[in-house]
Design a protein around this ligand. Structure first.
Ligand SMILES: NC(=O)c1ccc[n+]([C@@H]2O[C@H](COP(=O)([O-])OP(=O)(O)OC[C@H]3O[C@@H](n4cnc5c(N)ncnc54)[C@H](O)[C@@H]3O)[C@@H](O)[C@H]2O)c1
Length: 437
């Protein structure tokens, strides 16, 4: 048997630092509070409901994931966060309009206690928003130190043992790597000089990672996915995950595309359009924020279909993604996909998907799982990019020498094999010759 990884126990309280108390954050917090009270179920969460098969199929061992690895209990989570608006978490959840008022009332006292700390914010990076609850500082380094001070105060006030940070803030404008992102020194100099290539999200990420706190990015912004912050994470032993929660349309894409490819069905076109009416939709109505989202949404098919290996099937794929801001729908997004398929002898076929989803209802279990699994990674001494958490993300962070894995089923196998590896269990290859020998 392989040797298990040494994992520190999940003792004491785990602080969950959420940047942005909008729809995703408040749905996560209200959900956890409701689940703790036993009035709702954690549907969609692998850490709360998933099982993992151990050993051979004949052994009949499929324990819950939470019985295999030591995860923090929901009762030990303490939430805190930043937002540019002053609304407490109850008021913010009401504005988001995801959770029904009747359920929200039942967790009201827990939510009202959570008041956002002043944010690091600059409208240059999120054009459609502005709010009053914003920090002032002499430069971005000073702002990062203020975030560190918030984190330390939160830890002391709540007697926390450990923390995890998740960026649940708005999607920032599209940015690419610049020289300031290449090394820790260059990055810190850029903070001092308030270099424009350091958006607000990077200021928070730097603060968390410098403190050795695990960090996840629910949005598609570059944020921690630059060499300087990956290097800092290695130095401070902070695990990283991201980017952009895989919910809604992209989740379906990464379920369906691997199936079409497995049967070698060609795809000449994939047209995706969405209507969305929440604040996220409003921010994405700005072309510069949309560009960040578009890049994130478009990459999955390219990697799954591997047109360089299957030119007859996918080389000419026309992939279009649209998001239209349509206020009447609020958080209840509607997505349409038209897929133009090619079968035997080149005969065309079509597949239409109409997904009426609830964006934040799909996102909340992913935020919870990311928090619990990043905390596990930290206690297991696993620093830097956690590729096994790609399962949850549209643009998975990955080592520079490998392509990102987008196929949901390969991602799940990787995640479960990582749990087996941590516990010193045999990895499952699905070869299964032994049953027929
Ligand atoms: N809902 C989903 O299913 C989903 C899926 C994938 C990714 N995302 C991404 O997650 C993020 C959050 O989504 P949402 O639906 O909760 O959006 P939202 O607009 O409801 O919430 C975002 C919150 O972040 C705050 N904010 C913006 N910049 C900030 C800053 N610098 N500091 C502190 N707070 C800041 C905003 O004021 C807002 O309250 C978005 O970037 C979105 O693209 C959401």
């Amino acid at each position: 048997m392989p040797t298990p990884v040494d994992i520190a126990p999940a003792r004491g309280k785990l602080g969950v630092l959420l940047v942005g108390l909008g729809a995703v954050s408040t749905t996560t917090i209200a959900g956890v509070c409701a689940i703790r009270k036993g009035i709702a179920k954690p549907i969609g969460s692998l850490t709360q409901m998933g099982t993992v098969r151990l050993g051979k199929r004949t052994e009949g061992r499929s324990p819950r994931i939470s019985d295999v690895v030591p995860l923090a209990s929901l009762d030990d989570l303490v939430f805190g966060g930043w937002d540019i608006f002053q609304d407490d978490c109850f008021a913010a959840a009401r504005t988001a309009g995801v959770i029904e008022p009747a359920l929200l009332e039942q967790v009201r006292p827990d939510l009202e206690k959570i008041r956002p700390w002043p944010a690091v914010f600059d409208q240059r990076y999120v054009k459609r928003l502005d709010g009053p609850n914003v920090k002032k500082g002499k430069n971005k380094k000073d702002l990062a130190e203020q975030v560190v001070a918030d984190i330390r105060r939160f830890k002391a006030d709540n007697g926390l043992d450990r923390m995890v940070m998740v960026w649940c803030g708005s999607t920032e404008v599209f940015m690419t790597e610049s020289p300031a992102h290449q090394t820790i020194d260059a990055f810190e100099r850029a903070l001092e000089s308030s270099d424009p290539s350091i958006p607000s999200s990077m200021v928070y990420a730097y603060a968390a990672i410098r403190e050795g706190i695990p960090y996840a990015n629910a949005a598609p912004n570059l944020t921690a996915d630059v060499p300087a912050l990956v290097e800092l994470a290695a130095r401070t032993a902070a695990p990283l995950a991201g980017k952009d929660l895989k919910t809604g349309q992209t989740l379906l894409k990464t379920i369906i595309a691997p199936g079409l490819k497995a049967r070698l069905l060609g795809v000449s076109g994939w047209y995706s359009t969405n209507i969305l009416g929440n604040r996220d939709g409003e921010v994405l109505d700005d072309p510069e924020s949309f560009k960040t989202k578009e890049e994130s949404k478009k990459s999955a098919l390219e990697y799954i279909f591997q047109p360089h290996l299957y030119p007859d099937l996918y080389a000419d794929l026309c992939h279009v993604v649209r998001i239209n801001y349509y206020p009447p729908r609020g958080d209840n997004k509607e997505g349409w996909d038209n897929i133009d398929l090619i079968g035997w002898l080149g005969y065309p076929m079509q597949l239409k998907i109409n997904f009426l989803c609830r964006d934040s209802i799909l996102a909340a279990p992913i935020v919870l799982d990311s928090v619990l699994l990043l905390d596990l990674a930290k206690r297991a001494g696993m620093a830097g990019i956690q590729e096994w958490l790609s399962f949850y993300y549209k643009s998975p962070m990955h080592a520079p020498e490998v392509y990102p894995e987008h196929d949901l089923f390969i991602q799940l196998m990787k995640l479960k094999n990582t749990l087996r590896y941590m516990q010193g269990e045999e990895l499952i290859t699905h070869l299964g010759r032994e049953y027929y020998d």
